[in-house]
Each structure stands twice: as C-alpha cells, then as structure tokens.
Write a protein that binds this ligand. Structure first.
Ligand SMILES: NC(=O)c1ccc[n+]([C@@H]2O[C@H](COP(=O)([O-])OP(=O)(O)OC[C@H]3O[C@@H](n4cnc5c(N)ncnc54)[C@H](O)[C@@H]3O)[C@@H](O)[C@H]2O)c1
Length: 448
C-alpha cells in the first residue's frame, strides 16, 4: 500500500539523494507568450513558465485533433523520458504549451550545442530528473514522486552506428530501460497512459518496396534495430501479463508503442544524424559527408511523430480503451521517402549553398537500404495525418539551423513559432498534395 509522501520500499534507497529538481525561481520571461494573433479561441491551462500577466492562448480556432489533444492533456502530469534529447526537448516544449505539467527524466544532454539547453526547455518543466533509466531505484522514486497521468518513454540509445560500437549498452538502455519503466508502473499501481517510442527499424527488413504494417514481423539486423524490436516484444508481454485492459482487477495502465521514421528538424546535434552533418558542413563551408546516399528513408519533420504520440496519448486519456493499446506507425505519406543524397540536395538548395560527397566504404556496418512505413492505421483510426511535405520539412530544418547559427539565443522562440505553425496546419488541414517548395523546385531543375 502506498501512502502519499512515502516512497515504496522497493525504490527506497536512503543513501541516494533525490535527483535534481528544477529551480522553482526559473525565469518567467520566456517567449511562451508568442501569440501571433490574440483573437484566439482556446485558452491553455496554466503553465509554470507562462508570463504572469498574459493569458496563454491558441491563436486560431483549432481543428478537432489539436482541440482533442489540448483538452485531454491540459493540466495532466506527463512524465517524459529522454526530454534532454532532440525529440524529447521539442515534445516537452509542446506539452508545456498545451498546459501539461511536464516532468522530465533523462541523462544530461550529451552534445554541445543541444536543443534542451539552446531552447531553454528546463524552464518549462515542473520537475526534472537527471538520472539513468537503468537505475530502477532512481526511476521508481521519480515516477512515484511524479504520479504521472501519462508517460511518454523516449529515452534510448538511438544511433545505429553507436549500437555496433556498444551493443550491450544499447540493449540495456533500450530494452531494460523500457522494462524498468513498466515495472515501476506495475509496482506503483496507479492508472496511467503510456506510449513507448520505438522505431520504424523494429521491422524485419526485407528491402521491400511497400511500407511495413504494424502486423509485419519484427526483426533487426543491427543492435539498435534489434533492441527496439525486443522492446516491442517486452512491452507486449507486460501489456498482456500485467495490464490487460479488459480485466477490471488490474490497474488501468494502457500501453501503446509508436514506430516513427527518420526525423529531421532544428536542434538535432546527435552524432551521425544527417541534418546535423549537413548544417555543420554548410556553416563550415565544406561538403557534407554522406555514408549511404542511396539509402531510401521515410523523412518527416520532428513535429509529425510528436503529433502522433500526443494524439495517441490524448485518445488513451480521453477515451480509455483496449483499441489504443497497440503498436502505431507514424511516417510520411507515400512519396515523401527520399534517398539520403536527394535529401542533402534539397537541404543545400534551401540553405542557398553547399554540396556533399560520398564517404561510404564497402566494409562499413550494415544499414537498411530501403525502408518505408504504412501509416494507414494511424490515419484511419487515430485521425492523425502528416501536415508538412518532405520539402517543407527540409526547408524548415535548414532555416532553423541557419537562424540558430546567426542567433543562438532565438532557438526557443523558433521552436515555439514552429509548433504554433504546425498546430495551425493541423487546425486548417492544409496538407499540400503537391510539393511546391523552393527546394523541391531547385532539385527538379538540377535533375533536368
Ligand atoms: N531521431 C530519429 O530519427 C528517430 C527515429 C525513430 C525513432 N526514434 C526514437 O525516438 C527516441 C528519441 O530519439 P532522439 O532522436 O530524440 O534521440 P536523442 O539521442 O536526441 O535523445 C535521447 C534521449 O534519451 C536519453 N537517454 C539516453 N540514454 C539514457 C539512459 N541510460 N538513461 C536515461 N536517459 C537516457 C538522453 O539523455 C536523451 O534525452 C528514441 O527512443 C529513438 O529510438 C528516433
């Protein structure tokens, strides 16, 4: 039995100090008041870093999905693991904007620069734990203290090449880290909605020309992919064994997994990531170095899968049902997959200068050549859909980095502005069927 304020003995370790908590006196003059049009219709719930004197509002009448997400997650406590990373930092900013009480759990950022620091993510958090997901004691204490309504589990070793260099750590962090999250929730015994983030690489890669469906076989050649496939199996086991939705004796913990494709966007400085290399090359005035220019990937802007995770979590919170407790693909619509080299061409076209060279070697570690995702299930059942074509995603990414290197202090404002524009696209349903972006036109002209 838990008593409020107690820490369950399994996690209790008196020799450990509690992980870092955010300084409550955090700044209040953040640009969360970015509000391009004050005639807004929806008022988000109070957020710690919102300016005191101003109401936090959406600047337009949102469409159903953003409305649903805002209604379901405002004032909810959302525990985000991996919030110091690329996707997690954007997600924390977005959740805070939606009025959620955001609590982060991750290792400190491991790149310099990084979006967590650049975009001042810490100031929007209700609490912040710098700790390892492999440390079940620290994780349990953090979860017990937080009492989350929603858990979005992103923390991982997410790099294929790093997984070849250190497969054991990759499996430990990705598989055991996820098991630790679920086991803590099992022990704590409070209802909540959990979305575990895996990847499109969790499928057994057959180099097939059509997209993988959620029912396709799991697999994984490299340790990263295999660790995420193993994570999917572990989650499925926990869901069936400990959290069966339809058995009322069990605690109502709903668990889903989300499999997204290759994500691009501002603020990604992780090693080996394609746009990181392209942006650095453009700034340094040297050719970008590509290892697999012919590899075809489903590219999408970082806000696309995040919108998917939020849609899924919102459904699980607003209308709890076994139908959400499954695996979900979040990728671009067909036609937005591009070879790595074509992505680089468009990136440099958007940047205004630059080029790339192939540094691939015959004996380099294996990486999948062809990877596509079928997103019919998320589109049909969640009502989620991609908003920005690949050309727009590339142009926004190039522009974000160009602006950052010109004015690093503007990163948070740039992220929030982009989130606001994405919400507006969701609201309006303005998905463009033709990719008429400048980078697309430039790429076509070059090909001709
Ligand atoms: N970026 C992509 O293209 C992409 C594509 C598909 C899936 N994903 C998945 O999305 C998630 C986030 O990826 P990202 O691109 O933001 O990665 P990232 O490397 O930028 O961030 C990883 C986060 O996990 C945290 N982390 C790593 N090891 C940890 C540990 N032992 N304990 C606690 N925290 C730890 C880091 O501190 C960081 O906050 C990952 O699960 C990844 O597998 C990413």
């Amino acid at each position: 039995m838990f008593v409020d304020g107690d820490i369950y003995c399994k996690f209790h370790d008196k020799t450990r100090s509690m992980p870092l908590a955010i300084d409550d006196s955090a700044t209040t003059d953040s640009p969360f008041d970015v509000d391009p049009d004050s005639s807004s219709a929806i008022r988000y719930a109070g957020m710690k870093c919102a300016p005191k004197a101003q109401s936090r509002t959406l600047a337009w009448m949102p469409g159903l999905m953003i409305q649903e997400i805002a209604a379901a997650l405002a004032n909810k406590t959302v525990f985000v693991t991996g919030h110091t990373g690329f996707k997690g930092s954007w997600l924390a900013l977005w959740l805070a904007r939606l009025g959620a009480r955001v609590v982060g759990y991750a290792l400190p950022p491991n790149t310099q620069p990084n979006n967590f620091t650049a975009s001042g993510v810490r100031e929007c958090l209700a609490d912040h734990f710098e700790a390892d997901v492999r440390d079940i004691s620290a994780l349990g204490q953090a979860l017990y203290k937080t009492k989350p309504d929603v858990v979005l589990h992103l923390a991982a070793q997410p790099l294929v090449r790093a997984s070849y260099a250190d497969p054991r750590t990759t499996f430990e962090v990705n598989v055991n880290g996820t098991i630790n999250v679920l086991d803590c929730l099992r022990t704590i015994g409070r209802p909540c909605a959990v979305v575990c983030i895996t990847t499109d690489k969790c499928y057994e890669n057959r180099e097939q020309v059509w997209g993988y469906r959620e029912t396709d076989s799991l697999g994984g050649y490299d340790p990263y992919s295999a660790s995420k496939a193993a994570t999917e199996i572990a989650v499925s086991s926990y869901r069936q064994s400990f959290f069966p939705f339809d058995r009322s004796l069990y605690t109502r913990v709903s668990i889903a997994t989300a499999r997204a494709g290759n994500v691009i966007g501002g603020g990604d400085w992780a090693a080996d990531r394609i746009v990181t290399e392209l942006a650095r090359a453009a700034v340094d005035g040297r050719p970008g170095e590509l290892r697999n220019p012919a590899a075809l990937r489903p590219w999408q802007h970082v806000l696309e899968p995040l919108a998917g995770y939020l849609s899924l979590a919102a459904k699980m919170v607003a209308s709890p049902s076994a139908q959400w407790c499954e695996a979900w693909n979040f990728g671009p619509l067909p036609g937005d997959e591009l070879p790595v080299g074509a992505l680089a061409d468009r990136f440099f076209a958007a940047w205004g200068t630059g080029g790339w060279r192939n540094v691939g070697e015959p004996n380099q570690p294996h990486e999948a050549g062809l990877l596509k995702l079928c997103i019919d299930k998320a589109v049909g059942r969640l009502g989620w859909r991609p908003q920005w074509r690949v050309g727009e995603a590339i142009e926004r990414t190039a522009s974000w980095f160009r602006n950052y290197y010109a004015d690093p202090a503007g990163a948070q404002r740039a992220c929030l502005q982009e989130i606001a524009e994405y919400e507006r696209a969701m609201a309006a349903g303005t998905y463009q069927h033709n990719d008429s972006t400048a980078s697309s036109r430039a790429a076509v002209a070059r090909a001709a």
